[in-house]
Ligand binder design. Structure first.
Ligand code: ZN
Length: 492
């Protein structure tokens, strides 16, 4: 009889671990072109796999596309986040090439899901052992037995960001932060994923056991102090929350700054990685009847999908290159006035040199720094509502400043420096798909339509026939597999 009650405790609409594993596996098999299923770690005590699914075109390649992460089930009893992740995964993969918006997202983004971060805690709930279980199953007293009244760590208090200020040091507490920061394998798995990727946005899904539900918390407000990206991080939370109709149907979710910075995922992911990370408190309680789950997922998916569009609206993006070699650079990008020197620098991606910063409509002063290179100061960069301002940046090595590189057999330029005309000699014009003149900020000034002749005479004018001012410029030839960069100086 008791056994029967336990079975009935959790509605079969909710995924068990086995059902989740089977479903993810089957999606990966059915949609191999756009999905990859990965195991990013194992749970602390029972070594249950923690899955991540990536959805994108050319999914096995790390492409130069913005990355977004959705994570659920830090807390074992908060089942709705897992259902929301699976709902979105299913909707995305089954509508690829059917729905143009979804196809665009999959083609142009890298979308990651970690639907079950705390699988061993989840099993405590799903097996009916304790349907209000929150933590993982760490054996706090090392007695080899799972003690409901003493074991487990709260995975959302174990991140190494003001770790000692959050949760409880008492192992019997529901909010036990663990013996040390990142003591838990679940947290290390998510940490390593976030450090290896360059997520622009992350939603972590929760459900309120006490306090307010239907809220999106963003980082952060501590001691009256807001996060450095506050106006931008808040705008995203405001817009996302307004898209999610509440349960009663008379309004929408609220967006609030999370108080404190302590040990929680959203604060570590934002503070350390620079990812705009949100805690979405789905619904007004943790577990609801199964027949209501689809409706909750539908309403919440609309807010979550907003991030897939927002990643390409107001902000700045581009790539940072070494001015001589054309190599992509990981450099620090500072938005003046929205900067906290106590946080790790916000870097461009080392593979592509890509930076992407979410901003609001306005005008910004931007600094780009990399040790060994001249810093670049870009003033009055305009960001329009709903549009990305795009520009590439070339950084000059300090040692090679003012030194014109030796002529190269592929592109030779003479005279250089020049007064009013220079000859650009291209050894093998057919190898270049483009040949352009850039200024030092990476703006294209002159575009030589794919060079057909090996000798180009350039009179120092841009594409609309204006004389260029004295200064440093770059000739960049793009071949199939390389950028060839030459510095030129105009000195009239
Ligand atoms: Zn939670």
């Amino acid at each position: 009889m008791i056994w029967l009650l336990f079975i009935l405790a959790i509605d079969p609409r909710y995924h068990t671990f086995d059902e989740l594993a089977h479903e993810l596996d089957s999606i990966a098999l059915r949609y191999p072109e756009i999905t990859v299923l990965d195991t990013i770690g194992y749970s602390t005590t029972d070594s249950i796999p923690i899955f991540a699914m990536k959805i994108s075109d050319n999914v096995k390649v790390d492409e130069d596309e913005p990355e977004i992460l959705y994570v659920a089930l830090h807390h074992a009893e908060e089942l709705l986040g897992l259902e929301l992740c699976m709902y979105m995964i299913d909707e995305l993969v089954t509508n690829y090439h059917l729905d143009s918006t979804i196809t665009h997202w999959i083609d142009e983004r890298e979308i990651w899901f970690v639907p079950l971060l705390n699988p061993e805690g989840h099993s405590v709930v799903m097996e009916g052992i304790d349907t209000t279980w929150r933590k993982n199953k760490r054996d706090n007293n090392n007695n080899g037995i799972f003690d409901l009244d003493y074991d487990g760590v709260d995975p959302n208090r174990n991140y190494d960001f003001y770790w000692t200020e959050g949760g409880s040091s008492d192992p019997s507490s529901e909010y036990y932060r663990g013996p040390s920061a990142f003591s838990e394998k679940e947290n290390r798995a998510l940490r390593d994923l976030c450090l290896a990727r360059n997520f622009v946005f992350c939603n972590t899904y929760h459900s309120a056991r006490t306090g307010l539900g239907e809220v999106i918390y963003y980082p952060w407000r501590a001691a009256g102090y807001y996060s450095p990206d506050y106006p931008f991080i808040r705008q995203v939370a405001d817009s996302m929350s307004k898209l999610i109709v509440n349960e009663v149907g008379n309004g929408h979710y609220l967006a609030l700054p999370g108080t404190g910075v302590d040990g929680r995922a959203r604060n570590w992911i934002y503070g350390i990685c620079g990812t705009f990370c949100y805690c979405v408190e789905i619904c007004t309680t943790t577990i609801i009847p199964g027949w209501l789950v689809d409706d909750v997922c539908l309403r919440n998916s609309i807010g979550s999908y907003y991030l897939l569009n927002r990643v390409n609206s107001s902000g700045i993006t581009g790539c940072i290159y070494d001015s001589l070699t054309g190599e992509p650079l990981d450099a620090e990008v500072v938005i003046n006035g929205y900067y906290d020197p106590t946080l790790p620098p916000r870097m461009s991606d080392p593979t592509y040199g890509r930076f992407l910063r979410i901003l609001n409509e306005g005008t910004y002063d931007i600094e780009i720094h990399k040790s060994g290179y001249e810093s670049l100061y870009l003033n009055d960069i305009v960001v329009e509502q709903g549009e990305m301002t795009e520009f590439d940046v070339l950084l000059q090595k300090k040692e090679t400043n003012n030194i014109v590189p030796a002529n190269n057999p592929e592109i030779m330029i003479f005279p250089n420096p020049t007064r009013n005309a220079m000859t650009i000699y291209v050894a093998n014009p057919s190898q270049f798909s483009s040949l352009r003149i850039y200024d030092i900020c990476g703006r294209v000034l002159k575009n030589f339509e794919s060079p057909s002749s090996s000798t180009l005479i350039w009179l120092g004018k841009d594409d609309i026939d204006r004389d260029l001012a004295n200064g440093v410029y770059y000739v960049i030839g793009q071949t199939n597999d390389a950028k060839i960069v030459r510095k030129i100086v105009i000195n009239n």
